[in-house]
Design a protein around this ligand. Structure first.
Ligand SMILES: CCCCCCCC/C=C\CCCCCCCCCCCCC/C=C/C(=O)SCCNC(=O)CCNC(=O)[C@H](O)C(C)(C)COP(=O)(O)OP(=O)(O)OC[C@H]1O[C@@H](n2cnc3c(N)ncnc32)[C@H](O)[C@@H]1OP(=O)(O)O
Ligand SMILES: Cc1cc2nc3c(=O)[nH]c(=O)nc-3n(C[C@H](O)[C@H](O)[C@H](O)COP(=O)(O)OP(=O)(O)OC[C@H]3O[C@@H](n4cnc5c(N)ncnc54)[C@H](O)[C@@H]3O)c2cc1C
Length: 710
């Protein structure tokens, strides 16, 4: 079986012998110093703590890999693509945080071009190509091209338009981005200002940015790479504003990449962290009366005729937001990836790292054995699995809704919106916080770029904002919750993930039957407590809104929005718990795999219960004693997870290249790697730093002179 650790060694050898490594080439004196130190440290690091850890696992790791990936086929394909990337020097990323913005951007272009070359040469399938893109692990224009530009044309373009534009996009003959957000408006899509005014004389739309705040601002790939964009603008015809619609607009020449007349565009500037999302050319774009043919309006949902008549097809307007729904569901799957990466690093390092515990010169304690470390780390491990399974379910839901939409069945559109918006918001917020927690769990070394955690954090945090600010999205969920509660009185039975609300009579008054810590292992007890909490919070909000609403309902909603946010989170956490429980109920092959997943499911649910105990108590779903019992059971579950922890992160099957962390190495040989990594820093290219003669020496000499005068 292939191991991530050996792969890294291969990579490293290549990097060291590469003639292109001039920037990090160490002068001979440093090499001598370093190689002596490194040999010494290697000799000290004979004990492989992770091998011992792996021996304690009580389940079949290979089968857990299948459970995590979804199928044997998925493990196999992911393995092949990860190795393909890890063994190719072009995809090197260990120097990324040291590159200037320009170098980083060029490196991104190079990687994308090389990836495409390999995809074509090896005739990779779409599934393989997308995995390759993920393992290259560098945000770039291709994400928006494939992830938003193509889906927008597929979802909102007519068959004719798809026929024209998609082949060009599929072969990279054009590069597209998704230009929706403006300097003045992002969350409020209906507030966008860019105009697309139909001119019947020429059968064209005139795209214009009337104000500074109407400048498109943020679209990824727009700044430097894209030749085209799907631009969202207010459609104006026959003097009437019909609101936001999508248009395909060419931005740059296909000959020399220069902006077309009337188009002003560029990059919006450096972003948070080093490396990270700075590989992406998020852009600014202004139009000065740019003309496009009428047939470049995306016309699947509504059309403008040759005469300028606006015609809306008999479909919900919200289909315009379809691309965002698609990306939101993919962001949930990404959350489990980012979270599992951070957790993998923190678990492995916590097993290697030792502190305290020895009074008499004996071995110190692995920090993973500290109960506090476990109580901070294992819920994150459980969350990674929880998000993985809810992500799979969401993908199924999305596919199902898409098929229904094709058949003009719009009945599940609201469910798709609520689930994608809510799960996107909760999983990204938790993941962003969790990556930072993993950094802290790795102590001081977690703060080093070579730990991989700072860059992972910096790359990940904008996920809380893009594709819909998380608060704005949760308020969308809350609105749907309030609508559902208000319909209960009329006897309308809620469906899908809201179906539990139909049990309102029971859930509003039920009392948990838990009387021992073990009772919390019963999935029905967990499910009932989560359902009762979510429903009661939603009903409380609805009552408060209606009581406060001597005013308008909207005003009541506004007043109660902090509570509504919490009700939405409770509802989404219920979905995650439910989907995890359903997963564990399925047949899961492999020795001990089901038992481990069962334990993780319980950890996830009881951790959320413990963390949000106030909700459960305030709504009277459980008593303080039952809350204490849940916490007692949680402690027992942590002890159960402990011997399996390293194997549980091995099951993610990540290469050392993908993890990009000296602390998370598969072989646990952390210290020599940390030591070696330090010497790669450009500051260590010379022993005496640049600036010494200009600033340090004169300062020291001046002080010496002063002293000698005394
Ligand atoms: C190297 C080579 C590799 C090659 C690889 C090749 C292989 C490729 C293979 C596969 C490719 C896959 C690639 C995948 C890659 C994926 C990567 C993706 C990377 C992501 C990078 C992120 C980049 C970021 C992009 C963006 O941020 S785009 C901009 C996003 N903007 C927003 O999200 C704005 C948020 N605001 C809104 O959505 C709306 O304004 C609103 C808040 C929902 C309010 O809308 P409004 O119209 O004002 O409506 P309301 O009055 O609130 O509601 C009315 C009504 O509508 C319902 N509603 C609302 N939204 C929706 C919806 N989306 N769907 C359905 N219904 C909706 C709402 O509930 C209301 O309903 P009712 O009237 O019934 O109450
Ligand atoms: C890295 C990155 C990549 C991006 N890529 C793209 C892209 O490719 N294409 C594209 O079109 N856009 C892109 N965006 C833009 C992104 O979609 C928006 O930034 C996002 O939708 C948030 O909108 P905003 O910036 O207007 O935030 P704002 O809405 O201004 O948010 C500011 C604050 O106000 C709060 N707030 C706003 N409205 C409400 C409300 N109704 N109730 C309560 N609180 C509220 C928010 O919670 C937040 O705290 C990208 C953004 C980032 C950071």
């Amino acid at each position: 079986m292939w191991r991530g650790g050996s792969n890294t060694r291969t990579c490293k050898r290549r990097f060291f012998s590469s003639p292109t490594r001039s920037r990090h080439h160490r002068p001979p004196y440093i090499c001598r110093l370093h190689s002596r130190g490194s040999q010494h440290l290697k000799a000290m690091a004979e004990v492989d703590h992770l091998a011992a850890e792996r021996a304690t696992a009580r389940f079949d790791v290979e089968e857990m890999k299948v459970a995590w990936a979804g199928s044997r086929h998925a493990v196999h394909v992911a393995d092949r693509m990860a190795r393909l990337v890890a063994s190719d020097p072009v995809f090197r990323k260990d120097n990324r945080t040291m590159l200037s913005r320009k170098e980083l951007f060029k490196d991104t272009l190079r990687k994308a071009a090389h990836a495409w070359k390999r995809i074509v040469e090896l005739r990779l399938t779409e599934e393989e190509a997308d995995l390759l893109r993920q393992y290259v692990d560098q945000p770039g224009y291709v994400d928006l091209h494939w992830g938003m530009f193509v889906p927008a044309i597929k979802g909102q373009g007519t068959e004719e338009q798809q026929h024209k534009w998609l082949p060009l996009a599929y072969k990279f003959q054009i590069i597209g981005c998704y230009a929706q957000t403006e300097l003045g408006h992002g969350s409020n899509v209906q507030g966008l200002e860019t105009t697309a005014t139909f001119d019947p004389k020429t059968d064209e739309f005139v795209i214009h940015s009337p104000t500074l705040t109407s400048s498109k601002w943020w679209p990824g790939g727009l700044g430097k790479a894209s030749t085209h964009a799907v631009v969202y603008a207010r459609l104006i015809t026959e003097g009437k504003d019909y609101g936001i619609h999508g248009f395909i607009v060419q931005l740059r020449s296909l000959e020399d990449h220069s902006p077309l007349p009337g188009v002003t565009l560029g990059d919006i500037g450096g972003k948070f962290g080093s490396g990270a999302y700075n590989s992406m050319d998020n852009g600014v774009l202004r139009f000065d009366h740019v003309r496009i043919p009428r047939d470049q309006m995306l016309m699947r949902l509504s059309q403008v005729t040759r005469e300028g008549k606006y015609v809306h097809s008999n479909v919900p307007k919200q289909l315009l937001y379809g691309t965002m729904v698609y990306v939101r569901q993919s962001i949930v799957a990404d959350a489990s990836k980012a979270l599992s990466r951070a957790v993998c690093i923190a678990v492995r390092y916590s097993a290697v790292r030792k502190q305290f515990g020895s009074q008499d010169g004996g071995p110190e304690t692995q920090v993973l054995n500290y109960k506090t470390q476990q109580s901070r780390l294992f819920p994150l491990l459980a969350s990674a699995y929880a998000f993985r399974f809810v992500g799979d379910w969401l993908n199924w839901l999305y596919t199902d809704v898409t098929q229904k939409l094709e058949a003009k069945d719009f009945s599940t559109l609201q469910e798709a919106h609520a689930c994608t918006a809510g799960l996107k918001a909760v999983t990204t917020s938790v993941t962003a916080d969790a990556i930072e927690e993993c950094r802290k769990l790795c102590g001081g070394h977690g703060y080093l770029n070579s730990s991989g955690l700072p860059e992972l954090f910096a790359v990940y945090v904008p996920a809380c904002t893009y594709e819909g600010d998380n608060v704005v999205l949760l308020l969308q969920v809350a609105r749907i919750l309030m609508k559902t509660v208000s319909q209960l009185a009329s006897g309308k039975q809620p469906v899908g993930t809201m179906a539990y609300m139909g049990k309102v009579q029971y859930l509003m008054q039920c009392k948990s039957a838990v009387s021992s810590a073990e009772d919390w292992l019963n999935p029905d007890a967990i499910q009932e407590a989560f359902e009762a909490r979510a429903l009661r919070m939603a009903v409380n909000c609805a009552q408060n809104i209606s009581q406060a609403a001597s005013q308008e309902e909207a005003a009541g909603f506004y007043e109660r929005s902090p509570d509504l946010l919490e009700a939405a989170v409770a509802h989404i956490q219920l979905i995650i718990v439910t989907k995890f429980i359903e997963k564990v109920h399925q047949e899961i092959p492999g020795h001990g795999v089901k038992e481990q997943l069962q334990a993780l499911c319980n950890v996830y649910a009881l951790y959320i219960l413990h963390k949000h105990l106030g909700d459960f108590l305030a709504t009277g779903c459980i008593t303080p004693r039952q809350g204490a019992l849940a916490n007692e059971q949680l402690g027992k579950l942590y002890a159960q997870v402990r011997p399996n922890a390293v194997a549980l992160v091995d099951a993610f099957n990540y290469t050392d290249h993908y993890l990009g962390s000296v602390l998370g190495r598969y072989d646990g040989d952390v210290y020599p790697a940390l030591y070696e990594e330090a010497w790669k820093d450009p500051l260590n290219e010379t022993v005496v730093p640049e600036g010494y003669h200009e600033y340090l020496r004169p300062l020291i000499k001046q002080q010496q002179l002063k002293l000698s005068r005394l």
